[in-house]
Design a protein around this ligand. Structure first.
Ligand SMILES: Nc1nc2c(ncn2[C@@H]2O[C@H](COP(=O)(O)OP(=O)(O)OP(=O)(O)O)[C@@H](O)[C@H]2O)c(=O)[nH]1
Ligand SMILES: [Mg+2]
Length: 437
């Protein structure tokens, strides 16, 4: 594990530390420790020891108490661990002080998550966002990194140039941050352009959101006949994918799969991932996928709501979908899990259970917002007829001298897009007419 990129060298051995600050944690400490374990495993790191402790408040210099630090020194000696991973965020000076005593690297939760993201990033957009988040994280910790190096290459002549180099590095990183932000802006503009293109086709978009590993990609594959990556690990999906989905009434909507959320997702990571998360911000409907088979459905739901608030999308229509029902076979158990989510649809994306009901729900939603359209399409506008058939319900079609008469129900958004398209075509014809005469 490195600070700015992932490595696939020999497996590292980690000691995990989860500290509970009394009265400040919304999740049971054991579950937080388990999640840290899963995050660490997602990084391909072996776990040699898991430590849990409780404190009233963090120790200003060390985060944990001196006694606990001493225990860690002994554990490191016994196990030969390479790294200590904290389940909390540490200040740069806490991290530095701990490293001085423990003599191995100390990583906090944000750094661990950034490392996973770095491993998962494949698209240019993903890579730029991760690098930006990593550098923003690194900047205040640069002197600590330098101490590592100077310890490694200690000797005459290191001190002066080291200080100077540190300043140079600081400046270089600041420049790189500025240029990454610029690149990200271009990416966002490009995405917006793509979205405007899609909007021209005025299709309803549904974004699959939810806690990481809840089964979003599995449902996405089932609904769109795709094969995006599905894996039992945290943050399998980083880059968003958008595909068409055919509804039972032959209408087509767009479905988008995107990055999962996490309890206490570092705020600046959400900031850096705004380009990716715009798929969520711009969707018409959100499907919130919750894993009902664990015991943390409510906690994960709360964590997702927090990110939605952060994104300012709490007012969008949200369908709650309880997934992995196949792992909860008893009716009574299912009922008690569902109780806090009375409106939710229960499904198993893996086994296909409940998917038809979910699709019907989309049809109902789409149809609530349908309007009548009655038009005669001149022969050259037969593509519009295809669009109406795809996005709406045709009641009548009849060929006549003037063209094709169509009577249909289409989503309001589609109706106005079609009328606008036809009107602008008429406009073009008018403008050209003097030359044609
Ligand atoms: N038993 C069961 N397993 C499921 C179901 N849906 C998904 N899974 C499993 O849950 C794991 C995570 O599934 P994904 O579809 O990758 O989850 P995701 O929400 O896309 O996860 P991230 O992209 O990592 O945020 C995989 O091992 C899936 O096979 C389900 O309905 N039942
Ligand atoms: Mg996924």
């Amino acid at each position: 594990m490195t600070t700015t990129q992932s490595t696939k060298e020999k497996r590292e051995r980690a000691v995990l530390v989860t500290v509970e600050m009394r009265g400040h944690e919304s999740w049971p400490i054991e579950d937080r420790a388990l999640e840290l374990k899963r995050l660490t495993e997602s990084c391909g790191v072996d776990i040699v020891e898991t430590e849990i402790c409780r404190r009233k408040a963090p120790n200003a210099g060390l985060f944990i108490g001196k006694g606990k630090v001493q225990e860690l020194v002994e554990i490191i000696e016994e196990t030969g661990a390479d790294v200590v991973i904290f389940n909390n965020d540490l200040s740069p000076s806490q991290q530095k002080n701990l490293e001085e005593i423990l003599t191995i690297r100390v990583i906090d939760r944000t750094q661990l998550i950034l490392d996973i993201f770095a491993r998962r990033a494949t698209s240019n957009e993903g890579k730029v966002q991760v690098e930006l988040a990593q550098l923003v994280y690194l900047l205040p910790r640069l002197s600590r990194m330098w101490e590592h190096l100077s310890r490694q290459y200690a000797g005459v002549g290191m001190k002066g140039p080291g200080e100077k180099q540190l300043e140079i590095d600081r400046r270089r990183i600041s420049h790189r941050i500025t240029s990454l932000k610029r690149e990200l802006k271009e990416i966002t503009n490009h995405r917006n352009l793509q979205r405007t293109q899609r909007e021209k086709f005025s299709m309803l978009t549904i974004a699959l959101i939810g806690y990481t590993n809840s089964g979003k990609s599995t449902l996405f594959n089932a609904f769109t006949d795709s094969s995006v990556k599905v894996k039992d690990q945290l943050f399998s999906t980083l880059d968003p994918t958008v595909r068409k989905m055919l509804l039972p009434n032959n209408q087509v909507v767009l479905l988008s799969d995107t990055v999962g959320f996490l309890h206490e997702l570092p705020h600046h990571l959400v900031e850096s991932f705004k380009a990716t998360l715009e798929e969520v911000v711009n969707a018409d409907i959100l499907f919130h996928i919750i894993d009902m088979s664990g015991h943390l459905a409510s906690e994960q739901n709360a964590a997702v709501q927090e990110v939605l608030n952060d994104l300012g999308v709490q007012d969008k229509p949200v369908f709650t979908v309880l997934n992995k029902a196949d792992k909860v076979p008893g009716d009574l158990e299912r009922y008690s899990i569902k109780r806090p989510f009375p409106e939710a649809v229960v499904i198993s994306a893996l086994k296909g259970e409940g998917l038809a009901e979910l699709k019907d729900l989309i049809v109902d939603f789409v149809q609530k917002d349908m309007e009548d359209i009655e038009i005669i399409l001149p022969h050259k506008h037969y593509k519009v007829a295809k669009e109406i058939r795809e996005k709406g319900n045709v009641e009548k079609e009849e060929y006549g001298d003037e063209g094709l008469f169509i009577k249909a129900m289409v989503p309001t958004k589609v109706k106005y897009a079609i009328l606008k398209k036809l009107r602008s075509n008429v406009g073009t014809k008018k403008r050209q007419s003097p030359r044609n005469k």
